[in-house]
Ligand binder design. Structure first.
Ligand code: NAD
Length: 243
């Protein structure tokens, strides 16, 4: 089906990447919206909105999409936990793919992390490390947060188990801890490693993104998929059939 997309956050790094991927894949860009533009008018002429903007813009984008009855592909990260449930409730009113990472490789990393957490068990200390470019606004990344969530789910732990860095912590590591470490610098598109370390061996699962086109192509794939779905919140595992 020929698709006409709206790009929300069009003047940003990902906005440009989505425009380039759309050109490459022959998808029409009906509107390119950024701060100050008229979103409701732009939505009217498009089949689906693809959002890579700011977490502060998500509520307004969803309210407008619900009012217009348009599907949404949401890639923006950094939403405060307290706001997320209300945003998900709003997103459920339209077909919505919400993913912290649209790369196929990272979505496989999610599945592998779940499997490794289950097989290796609590004797294998789990640590998540991520690195992104110096301009990134939120930390840790949405992808690292999802990797952490998967480990916590598999090990039946809650947020109290998480150690963000270990500044000022004394005493030895507890097996119930899960570490989370953020690096920032240069032009790194996105690196994620999940480490499982025991006495005598260590397993590291690493994904490195070198071109943000992978996220843009994944978002377009999600857009093609979501326009044929009933209202509800889906993720990239649904789009890729990994569930
Ligand atoms: P960026 O700062 O380069 O671009 C963001 C753009 O959004 C800017 O042009 C800004 O003016 C615009 N914007 C801000 N508020 C807006 C509003 N209210 N209405 C319309 N436009 C608005 O950022 P980026 O690197 O393109 O990343 C954007 C978001 O996408 C971030 O949250 C980032 O973490 C996320 N991201 C997600 C994935 C993924 O696969 N899910 C991949 C890369 C980046």
């Amino acid at each position: 089906m020929a698709l006409t997309i709206l790009i929300h956050g069009a003047r940003g790094r990902m906005g440009h990447a989505v425009a380039a991927a759309a050109k490459e894949l022959g998808v029409a860009v009906g509107a390119a919206v950024d701060l100050g533009d008229d979103l409701p008018a732009a939505l009217a002429g498009c089949d689906v909105a693809i959002d890579f903007s700011s977490h502060a813009a998500t509520r307004s984008l969803l309210e407008n999409a619900v009012a217009a009855g348009k599907p949404v592909v949401l890639g923006t990260t950094g939403h405060p936990a307290a706001e997320k449930q209300a945003l998900i409730a709003l997103a459920r009113k339209v077909p919505c793919v919400w993913a912290g990472n649209f790369s196929v490789g990272v979505n496989l990393l999610f599945a592998l992390t779940r499997r490794a957490s289950a097989v290796l068990g609590p004797d294998y200390d789990a640590e998540v490390v991520e690195m992104h470019h110096r301009f990134k606004q939120d930390a840790p990344s949405g992808t690292a947060a999802r990797l952490l969530e998967i480990i916590l789910e598999e090990r039946k732990l809650d947020a109290a188990a998480v150690r963000h860095g270990r500044h000022g912590i004394t005493g030895q590591r507890q097996s119930s801890e899960v570490g989370m470490h953020t690096l920032r610098g240069g032009d790194v598109v996105g690196d994620h490693t999940v480490m499982f370390a025991a006495l005598g061996e260590r397993l590291e699962l690493t994904h490195k993104a070198s071109d943000r086109q992978i996220f843009a192509r994944g978002a377009l794939r999600a857009a093609q998929w979501v326009v044929a779905q009933p209202p509800g919140v889906y993720d990239m595992q649904d789009v890729l059939g990994l569930k």
